[in-house]
Design a protein around this ligand. Sequence first.
Ligand SMILES: *Cc1c(COP(=O)(O)O)cnc(C)c1O
Length: 406
Amino acid sequence: MGDEEINGDETPESFDDLSFSFQPSSLILSESRPTWAEINLDNLVHNFREMKEVVDPDVAILVAVKADAYGHGAPDCARALERAGASWFGVALPEEGVALRESGIRRPILCLGGFWEGQEDMLIARGLTAAIFRPDLLELLDRAARRAGRIASYHLKVDTGMGRLGVPHRELGDFLDHTARFEKVRLEGVMSHFPSADEPEKDEFTNNQMDLLEEAVEMVRARGHNPTWIHQANSAAAHAYPRSHGNLIRIGGVAYGLWRDATSPDVEPLDWQPVMSLHTRIMFLKTVPPGTPLGYGGLFVTERESRVATLAIGYEDGLPGTLSNRGRVILHGRFAPIVGRVSMDLTLVDVTDVAGVEVGDEVIIIGRQGACHITAEDIAEMTGTISYEITCRISDRVPRVYIGGG
Ligand SMILES: *Cc1c(COP(=O)(O)O)cnc(C)c1O
């Protein structure tokens, strides 16, 4: 350190000087509240193997475990997948990669969203690989590698049509010229991403993206780089476009058994099994006369004498508020409609037509019971989103209960 005195009263000049204390959840969950998400790790491993079986033996698999494994719990999912032979894990933020390392994951981890200035030393210290799409970020990585006395690997992200992150394909030459002087970094992978590989009507667009990535790889090789990994396929492309596989595919959705709204309707699905089911119990039960308003705003008014159950789950737990007065749940192997507004912690269902209902009975929000089945895709369709968002939003307040996983 230099001779400058540090004045404790001064405002820090950069965020590096502030110490953040980040706790994703300060809540100590009790097992007494009967609302939980069951995570079937056997199904996760099964889905992984389903995919593994249909790709060439020399194609490795990266499983995206960003956003806490799409709400399924990244540490437990990654540990089960690591044992099952996943070659890579994909996270959005370096912080998520650090959390994986803390939970014992040893396989390579790709930070799909790159990193922020200030995180480059951490990447190297924790053995995290960054996707790179800006020359200044590569420069930071190069300097951090020099400081650490190491060579840092990165994957070059090329935009072939996603229009989000990635060096625009036509600017790739300039990018490579500009970054040729960085000696402490190694271009270990070339990657891109598909926006529409699940849409058969965009077949031409998707094929064009694959052509552009091929060109990009040639260009990279022509300048003396020797990338180990070429990858572009997400779940949708891995399923519908074998040509897209390169030597690494990146799957998220299908690994979690979320596929109905993520893969092409024109290609036969594999045997993908849902990994998450969401459960709660009845905490209060009453019979009310016709004309009784229920919940905030009296959004529902009974038309008959009704048996109404109050469930221990609300939108804070991740049950979408847009299911107010229109969703349904399963109990006693039957469907029962959600009535009134879904509130923060509680939801009402009309159980008049279900016999023998009692306080404490289990209710399925996502999952199967008897002949009835509700998928995350069903809920997504009703609420105008995709299944990933439904499972991602199951909050930290809902304990994950893991079964199987070897
Ligand atoms: C999340 C993600 C994937 C996985 O996508 P799925 O549709 O869940 O298979 C692949 N690549 C990138 C860059 C991603 O961010």
